[in-house]
Design a protein around this ligand. Structure first.
Ligand SMILES: *Cc1c(COP(=O)(O)O)cnc(C)c1O
Ligand SMILES: [Zn+2]
Length: 420
């Protein structure tokens, strides 16, 4: 495993003994976000080759154990990571791109990108000897924590906003988690979760809280690089709520370059909903030379997984995205809904609205020319459309009603023309 040399604050730069602090910098407080895990990358570079990971023969993110802060011996047997990267040349050509790839992270054990973080965080909790996990979540982190805790035989205490979609809550209860449906919004649930974790000593897997989250989340970048045989795309698009997933993905690409394993870093673009764009606004402030913080704003979008008003990992997200040369784009709820249908029809991948937002963001960036024609782009699909099919139903229309009679089917199909 990759023995961290320190946990560092992205706000003030102070470094702490690894594992001596659970969450954020005691000087800056939670506003600067979780500490970042720092490795001796030069030392690791001398040990690692491009084929080191394949040689482990592990079809999960534990193939990158050398670059993770905990060892596989603490892991839980549920396979997170090593999800497919699909090429979509026809769709790329239609959009004027030289290549388009889809990293389908809906194929994780609980159907979202969040499983990457949970897999590594729960291993860290076991390494630290913690008895239970807790989180506050809009849904996907919660189901991930519930699933991994079930597989580990560890209690899960979960705080969700009361308006969380029913299918997401069903998953939590099925996994046997203790679920608190908190009156009010996501930030209320977060505050209650923090009080409970401090009161009961549970390890907090909420997004933007533990430094270990980004360690799991960076593995998606490693995989894109490995699945492209050591090359990286020109652009990678990631949807953003708290800013944790995008921070992890940027960190992964930046580490690969520092390790000498990749020559380039892709420009990473964050996609937010117009009604919940606190991180995009913070990025714009940074570009104007203003303060990143405070970042709290009202949030309203049907893409519930990215409906975040007080992003917890905003400093890291904004700093790392800038380091890749990328940026942010916002899209409307109408564009997001359209993207759910279009991505499913044209790419065969059914994404939840928050994940399909990356496709809407790609279209927007191609339209403005910020992503030029002939580029090679990848979309990170962070969650499955099956999570909340009601969102998708608004995009797809109605089925064709027929009696159980072949003549009725003929009356519809024959005028359309058909292939046999
Ligand atoms: C959590 C989540 C995101 C955004 O991740 P953040 O770390 O909150 O920025 C995007 N898509 C889906 C499906 C998610 O569950
Ligand atoms: Zn600090």
């Amino acid at each position: 495993m990759g023995q961290p040399v320190s946990f560092r604050c992205v706000g003030c730069g102070r470094e702490y003994e690894p594992w001596s602090i659970d969450y954020h910098c005691p000087h800056c407080g939670p506003l600067s976000g979780p500490l970042e895990v720092v490795y001796d990358l030069r030392g690791l570079a001398s040990r690692l080759t491009p084929s080191s990971f394949a040689e482990t023969r592990r079809p999960s993110l534990w193939r990158y154990e050398e670059l993770l802060p905990v060892g596989i011996e603490h892991s839980v047997p549920l396979r997170a990571g090593w999800t497919p990267l699909y090429a979509r040349p026809e769709l790329a050509a239609e959009l004027g791109l030289a290549a388009l790839w889809i990293k389908d992270d809906s194929l994780n054990p609980t159907a979202s990108y969040k499983d990457r973080a949970t897999a590594v965080v729960i291993a860290a909790a076991r390494h630290l000897g913690r008895a239970a996990l807790t989180c506050a979540s809009t849904g996907n982190t919660a189901s991930s924590v519930a699933g991994f805790c079930a597989a580990a035989g560890m209690p899960a205490y979960i705080f969700v906003p009361e308006k969380t979609p029913r299918p997401k809550i069903a998953q939590l209860l099925a996994f046997g988690a203790t679920v608190f449906a908190v009156e009010g919004d996501y930030s209320r649930a977060q505050r209650l979760c923090e009080e409970a974790r401090d009161r009961f000593g549970w390890y907090d897997r909420s997004d933007g809280v533990s430094p270990i989250n980004a360690e799991g989340k960076k593995t998606g970048a490693y995989e894109i690089w490995e699945q492209l045989d050591g090359k990286v795309p020109d652009y990678v698009l990631v949807s953003v709520g708290d800013g944790s997933v995008i921070s992890g993905i940027c960190k992964g690409f930046l580490e690969l370059r520092e390790l000498g394993l990749a020559e380039d870093v892709p420009r990473v673009y964050g996609v937010q909903a117009e009604g919940a764009a606190a991180v995009a606004h913070a990025f714009a402030r940074k570009k104007r030379g203003e303060e990143i913080l405070p970042a709290e704003e009202p949030a309203e979008t049907l893409a519930d997984s990215i409906c975040v008003g007080n992003p917890k990992d905003v400093v890291k997200a904004v700093t790392y995205v800038d380091r890749t040369g990328g940026g942010f784009v916002t899209v409307s709820d109408g564009e997001i809904i359209g993207a759910v249908g279009e991505l499913a029809r044209k790419a065969g991948v059914f994404a939840e609205p928050a994940a399909a937002a990356t496709y809407a963001g790609l279209i927007a960036l191609l339209t403005t020319g910020e992503i030029p024609e002939g580029s090679r782009a990848a979309l990170v699909i962070t969650g499955s459309g099956l999570k909340n099919p009601e969102g998708a139903l608004r995009a797809v229309g109605e089925p064709l009603k027929v009696p159980p009679d072949i003549a009725a089917v003929e009356r519809i199909i024959l005028p359309m023309g058909y292939e046999d």
